[in-house]
Design a binder for this molecule. Structure first.
Ligand SMILES: [Zn+2]
Length: 285
């Protein structure tokens, strides 16, 4: 009897101990789960901030606060998008571009449409679309650019293009940034103009142009390569969409690749265009 009582007592202590151990294990499991959930939440927050741009301010709000308006169609040169000087005659282009060819041999360069010059606030907003994955600003300025193209078409300042093509970005760069900024802008332009979109090109992962030597630059001549998907036969006049125009070299490289796809005419649409240094100095006076 005594023995069995002792046994029972031992068994119940053992059960208690086992229960306590299970509790400790459950608590530990629970804690690990909570840590995992927290880590996941902060990871998602980071992803959201870095890739979706959710933590950026509202683009529409900023535009309203800054009282920003897109340019009038004759505020800039229809060829190179340089800001018009007072009383400048733009019939054959501005003083910066009228004596030079802007396209490439075999592809007619038609015109450039811009939202504004590359100066604040556009010089703050436009680079932030790609640098901070600011989708909202990309869509908002893309819509404005679409309206700008529609206005130019309506006023007869632009021949109607057949297709919209975004300047492509290399997939590795797009992954790093979490956004394909030109594609987002171009989609809005296509939506507003009712033009179809095509992706006949891909970007080659090239070294950054700034700082690279002349030799490595000449080795990087083909920045854009053709995909197998060619443009349709009736898609000869391409509306190329880029975020910023600086010297026009991107357009020439895109045109060179598009020529292989059968394009005969290009028009450029950009959110902002940088004025040549001479013009900047003149406009400051
Ligand atoms: Zn010009």
């Amino acid at each position: 009897m005594r023995e069995s009582k002792k046994d029972v007592g031992g068994q119940s202590r053992a059960r208690e101990l086992a229960r306590a151990m299970r509790d400790v294990q459950t608590q530990a499991k629970d804690m690990r789960r909570r840590v995992r959930v927290q880590r996941k939440a902060s990871m998602l927050g980071w992803l959201e901030a870095s890739m979706l741009g959710h933590r950026m301010p509202s683009a529409a709000g900023l535009i309203a606060d800054a009282q920003w308006k897109r340019d009038e169609i004759n505020a800039y040169c229809w060829r190179c998008a340089t800001t018009r000087a007072p009383f400048e005659d733009l019939e054959r282009g501005c003083a910066e571009c009228r004596d030079r060819s802007l396209g490439i041999h075999g592809v007619a360069f038609r015109a450039t449409v811009r939202l504004g010059r590359y100066a604040p606030p556009l010089s703050q907003w436009v680079p932030a679309i790609k640098q901070r994955a600011w989708r909202d600003m990309g869509i908002t300025l893309g819509r404005e650019l679409g309206m700008q193209v529609v206005d130019a078409l309506t006023e007869g300042k632009l021949a109607r293009p057949d297709v919209v093509v975004a300047v492509p970005v290399h997939w590795a760069r797009r992954m790093l940034r979490g956004i394909d900024h030109c594609q987002i802008i171009a989609e809005e332009v296509a939506r507003l103009t009712g033009l179809p979109m095509a992706s006949p090109l891909r970007a080659r992962l090239a070294l950054r142009q700034t700082g690279s030597s002349r030799d490595s630059r000449s080795g990087n001549q083909d920045r854009f390569l053709c995909r197998r998907q060619t443009l349709d036969r009736n898609q000869r006049h391409v509306l190329v969409v880029d975020d910023v125009r600086t010297t026009g070299s991107t357009l020439r490289e895109v045109a060179r690749a598009l020529k292989q796809q059968g394009a005969t005419d290009v028009t450029l649409a950009v959110c902002a265009a940088a004025d040549p240094p001479r013009r900047n100095a003149m406009l400051r006076q």
